[in-house]
Design a protein around this ligand. Structure first.
Ligand SMILES: CC(C)(COP(=O)(O)OP(=O)(O)OC[C@H]1O[C@@H](n2cnc3c(N)ncnc32)[C@H](O)[C@@H]1OP(=O)(O)O)[C@@H](O)C(=O)NCCC(=O)NCCS
Length: 147
C-alpha cells in the first residue's frame, strides 16, 4: 500500500464510482459522483492505493481516511470485486491501523464481510449506532473523545 499520487486520480475516480463501493456506502455517500464532486472527494481526504506487487504494482483498491477533526479520522476501504477474498483488504487495514491506531470505521450493519475484515485487521467493535451503522475503533477506549 502506498500514498496516492496525482497519476492515481483516474483509477481512484473509477473505483469510487464502482457499484460495489457505492453499495457499501453509508447514507448520502453512495451516489455517483460527477467531475466536480469527484474533484472534491479526491482532495478532501487522504488516499492510499492498494497494489498487487506480483503484477507490477497494479492497483486493486484503495484506503481512504477523512473526517480529520476526529482523533484518527474515519477509514473506509475498497478492493475491486475481481480481486476480493485474497487478503488485500485485511492486509491494507493492518498497515493502516498500525499507523493510525485511533482511527474509527463506520460500517453498515448489514455489511458482515467488511466487519469481519476490520476485525481481522485488529479493529474492535465499539457500538451499534441504532441507525443501521456499527462503529469499530482501531484501539480501545479510553481516550478523551466520545465517537
Ligand atoms: C470489504 C472488502 C474491502 C474486503 O476486502 P477483501 O480484500 O475482499 O478482504 P480479505 O480478502 O482480506 O478478507 C475477506 C474475508 O471476508 C470473508 N467473507 C467473504 N464474504 C463474506 C460474507 N458475505 N460475509 C462475511 N464474511 C465474508 C472471507 O471469508 C474472508 O475472511 P477469512 O480470511 O476469515 O476467510 C471488500 O469486500 C470490498 O471492497 N467491499 C465493498 C466495499 C466495502 O464494503 N468497503 C468497506 C466499507 S467501510
Amino acid at each position: 500500500m502506498r500514498l496516492a499520487i496525482l497519476e492515481d486520480a483516474g483509477f481512484l475516480a473509477a473505483a469510487r464510482n464502482d457499484n460495489a463501493y457505492r453499495a457499501a456506502g453509508l447514507r448520502g455517500m453512495s451516489s455517483l459522483l460527477d467531475g466536480v464532486a469527484m474533484g472534491a472527494w479526491l482532495s478532501s481526504g487522504r488516499l492510499w492505493v492498494i497494489e498487487d506487487q506480483k503484477v507490477f504494482g497494479m492497483p486493486v483498491g484503495f484506503v481512504r481516511q477523512d473526517q480529520m477533526d476526529s482523533p484518527g479520522g474515519d477509514v473506509t476501504v475498497f478492493v475491486l470485486p475481481h480481486h476480493q477474498n485474497r487478503g488485500y483488504g485485511t492486509g491494507a487495514l493492518k498497515i493502516f491501523r498500525e499507523e493510525h491506531p485511533r482511527a474509527r470505521a463506520l460500517i453498515r450493519k448489514d455489511n458482515a464481510k467488511s466487519q469481519k475484515v476490520f476485525e481481522h485487521a485488529g479493529f474492535q467493535f465499539y457500538k451499534d449506532q441504532g441507525d443501521g451503522v456499527v462503529v469499530y475503533l482501531g484501539s480501545p477506549l479510553p481516550w478523551p473523545w466520545i465517537p
